[in-house]
Design a binder for this molecule. Structure first.
Ligand SMILES: NC(=O)c1ccc[n+]([C@@H]2O[C@H](COP(=O)([O-])OP(=O)(O)OC[C@H]3O[C@@H](n4cnc5c(N)ncnc54)[C@H](O)[C@@H]3O)[C@@H](O)[C@H]2O)c1
Length: 398
């Protein structure tokens, strides 16, 4: 394994390509988006991630990382393309069109003995589906190439460190495939352990990690809605309950957002509707929370101009995907409120039509604020927030 093509130069693919190049492999970053490739060829990052710009410059200069809009022949391929969900007849289903088209393209480039690793988060049995696409488009038989699923668990903000230090799950379709994957990851993973299993277990491992968190947060959100009429501080309650050595309840919030925790549980539920009522209930509970907050505040202050403080899906990022704050802001609009927001990480005038102001301006213009995220800017200026009535989804003002 000397040459590796990483398919998809996004949040996961690019840091992975850089890490592999630093590990001594000759890496080609392949993408279908020419704007992304133009930027990378010019040595400029198109995503925000600490330390990545310096690492990009270093690996391009070393000659070990190049970019291409055609998929070359190489010893191994790592597929890191999007896996969003689409809604069909009211039901959410994994949209695997990017995985299918990436596999078809890779299939046209592979030679016997090649290894294809799927790193995208996928529903169970997608690695086998990818193998069938590879077989069809390559003309090779199943025993002439190797496949594996190695789910990615790195967190934005710490990607380069976690790529080296996190444990890796290697879901190989054969012992030979496992050996080849271990050969690659053992050159870049320092500190973390490599765990070999089969591909379906690896697919389920990534999904069950995020589903576990979704269910735990749903419980915390449910507690917050019970505590409200009881006059109990849910954050104190959870702190006290977590003093028990075997209890670890996560934190309630405005709901659950992002492209992982709010999406991955659906990839299990879509295949096992009858046996996953708990997974479905957690998704529904977390999706309901922004509507609960909007209704509650509407009853308290029916004519108020509302400022939503935090529109991203988690603290200190600009990522708005599946953000419950955006759902909540639109719900306030439906209830007849004028709504503004403060999202200090997005330097735009409006987010989905909701005017975006600095914290001081938002508080000045609004009658009532909703604190949805513990952004550093909010933590540093609680006095400004306290000037007007607020609803605190996250316990920031305690
Ligand atoms: N971003 C994260 O924090 C994170 C964490 C863990 C797992 N994941 C998973 O990793 C996968 C990739 O996510 P991402 O955030 O890197 O996506 P992204 O949208 O940032 O990047 C995907 C890239 O793939 C390219 N692409 C799409 N189809 C292609 C094709 N057929 N051939 C070549 N390139 C193609 C796109 O142009 C884009 O540049 C997803 O399954 C996601 O769920 C993401």
């Amino acid at each position: 394994m000397k040459t590796i093509t990483v398919v998809g130069m996004g949040y996961i693919g690019l840091p992975t390509a850089i890490t592999l190049a630093r590990g001594g492999f000759d890496v080609c970053g392949f993408d279908v988006n020419t704007a992304v490739l133009d930027s990378l060829r010019a040595g400029k990052l198109h995503i925000v991630e600490p330390g990545l710009q310096e690492a990009l410059t270093e690996t391009i200069n070393s000659g070990r990382l190049t970019f291409s809009d055609t998929c070359p022949t190489s010893d191994a391929y790592i597929i890191c393309v999007p896996t969003p969900f689409s809604v069909e007849n009211g039901k959410r289903r994994a949209d695997l069109k990017y995985v299918d088209s990436a596999a078809a393209t890779v299939g046209r480039a592979i030679k016997p003995g090649a290894l294809v690793i799927l790193e995208s988060t996928v529903p169970p049995r997608t690695t086998e589906r990818m193998a069938k696409v590879l077989e069809e488009s390559s003309g090779l038989t199943r025993d002439q190439f190797y496949t594996a699923h190695c789910p990615e668990r790195i967190i934005p903000g710490q990607m380069l460190r976690e790529l080296r230090e996190n444990d890796r799950i290697i879901g190989a379709s054969s012992p030979e495939a496992a050996e080849l994957v271990v050969e690659i990851y053992s050159k870049v993973v320092q500190g973390g352990k490599l765990h070999v299993t089969n591909d379906v277990t690896a697919e389920m491992c990534k999904l069950c990690e995020n589903t576990f968190r979704d269910i735990n947060i749903a419980f915390a959100n449910e507690l917050s809605m019970i505590c409200d009429p009881l006059g109990v501080d849910v954050f104190e309650l959870i702190e006290l309950a977590n003093c028990h050595p075997r209890v670890n309840i996560l934190t309630p919030g405005a709901g659950v957002g992002g492209h992982c925790i709010a999406v991955d549980p659906w990839f299990i539920h879509e295949q096992f509707e009858d046996t996953t009522p708990l997974i479905l209930a957690a998704r529904q509970e977390n999706d309901f929370k922004p509507f609960y907050v909007a209704k509650k505040v509407h009853e308290l202050a029916p004519d108020a101009t509302i400022a939503v403080l935090g529109m991203a899906y988690k603290p200190n990022v600009d990522d708005l995907r599946e953000s419950p704050s955006i759902t909540m802001a639109h719900e306030f609009e439906k209830l007849g409120h004028k709504v503004i927001c403060c999202e200090p990480n997005a330097s735009v005038e409006a987010i989905e039509g909701i005017p975006n102001f600095s914290l001081a301006e938002a508080i000045e213009k609004a009658d009532f604020s909703i604190i949805t995220l513990a952004h550093d800017e909010f933590k540093a200026d609680k006095q400004t927030i306290a000037k007007k009535p607020f609803f605190d989804c996250i316990g920031l003002m305690r």
